[in-house]
Design a protein around this ligand. Structure first.
Ligand code: TRP
Length: 330
């Protein structure tokens, strides 16, 4: 037997089209992890349903279009298991078992729960299912015995809960089935939208991975730059300029010089945006090429998900056999 590589699991909720924030925050990281780890990448459609249950009509469409973008970013179905959570019923089975052993107080004090209840406008998240959101996430991870979970900073409390659940399972059933999963944070800072607010499709301030060149140029043209800089001869403040932040994330090699030119008034905001548009067009070019070449038809993507579901299920079934045995249901 070949020694198993450390296992990674991560997921994304299919709630909209992907944008360059996903590329910087997750996909580049996922693609790199394939070199060193045994990776499972999941469309978290049940998690999406927990918040989008009132308007779930496009979840299936987004699942396919998101996976198309994953593939175009270099997520490789030969090396990694790409699957849809709802194709593997064992997620719900383990979720149910973990629900039995998770104290109510633990989920009630997860910060995202209270925050989202307060902040997510226009949606009623005071549901039984939403309280269980991080428990389902723990089930996602434990089902594959993943030790490494690449996530954004906001997800760290969910990983902490998952580790607590692992310890409780071990204590209750005297079985050491699961490693304690560790978050792997992306280096990229959270990228603001083109208007400086949180990047979100609903604000119309994103640069989509499937946008065409003209759209990218138009969006970047409208970006807010340095509000303290009135004339080009004024010195710029790259550390607070959104355009300069994008430079840092998408052209880290050139950014120091761009920032310096900006500070010393050798570079105006118009030039800065024009050249950033070039950078973003280049960064997203492989995705447009892949879509144009038609390599990822809907049928092809569905076949990849089907194959991924089978590979994921084989692992999930084996884990559930052990879990059933541990909890006395064998
Ligand atoms: N909750 C994650 C998010 O909103 C998505 C997710 C679901 C996930 N299951 C997961 C991430 C398991 C990592 C591991 O971003």
């Amino acid at each position: 037997m070949t020694p198993a590589r450390a296992r990674v699991l991560s997921g994304m909720r299919p709630t909209g089209a992907l944008h360059v924030g996903h590329l910087a925050g997750a996909l580049r990281n996922w693609a790199a992890l394939q070199e060193t780890h045994d990776c499972f990448f999941m469309v978290a459609d049940w998690h999406a349903l927990m918040s989008e249950y009132e308007h779930p009509d496009r979840l299936g469409e987004f699942a396919v279009s998101n996976v198309t973008d994953w593939l175009a970013c270099g997520i490789d179905p030969k090396r990694s298991v790409i699957f849809r959570q709802s194709d593997v019923p064992e997620h719900l089975e383990l979720y149910a078992v973990l629900s039995m052993i998770t104290p109510l107080g633990w989920v009630e004090r997860v910060p995202t729960y209270k925050e989202q209840l307060r902040e997510v406008a226009g949606r009623d998240l005071a549901t039984y299912g939403f309280l269980g959101y991080p428990v389902l996430q723990a089930a996602d991870i434990l089902l594959y015995k993943a030790g490494v979970v690449p996530v954004g900073e906001d997800q760290v409390p969910h990983l902490e809960l998952a580790r607590e659940i692992v310890r409780r399972f071990k204590f209750l059933y005297r079985r050491d089935l699961f490693p304690e999963p560790q978050p792997l944070l992306t280096e990229a800072p959270r990228l603001a939208g083109t208007d400086g607010r949180k990047m979100s499709k609903s604000y119309g301030n994103t640069i989509g991975l499937a946008d065409d060149e003209a759209t990218i140029r138009a969006t970047v043209q409208q970006m807010v730059t340095d509000t303290q800089r009135i004339r080009m001869t004024d010195p710029g403040h790259p550390e607070t300029c959104f355009v300069c932040q994008y430079w840092k994330v998408f052209a880290p090699g050139r950014a120091p010089q761009v920032w310096e030119e900006c500070r010393t008034s050798q570079r105006g905001c118009a030039q800065n945006k024009r050249e950033l548009a070039d950078v973003l067009i280049e960064v997203t070019a492989p995705m447009r090429r892949a879509r144009a070449a038609g390599g990822y038809s809907e049928a092809a993507v569905r076949a990849i998900l089907q194959d991924g579901a089978e590979r994921a299920r084989a692992v999930a079934r084996a884990t559930m056999r052990q879990v059933r045995e541990a909890v006395g249901l064998a």
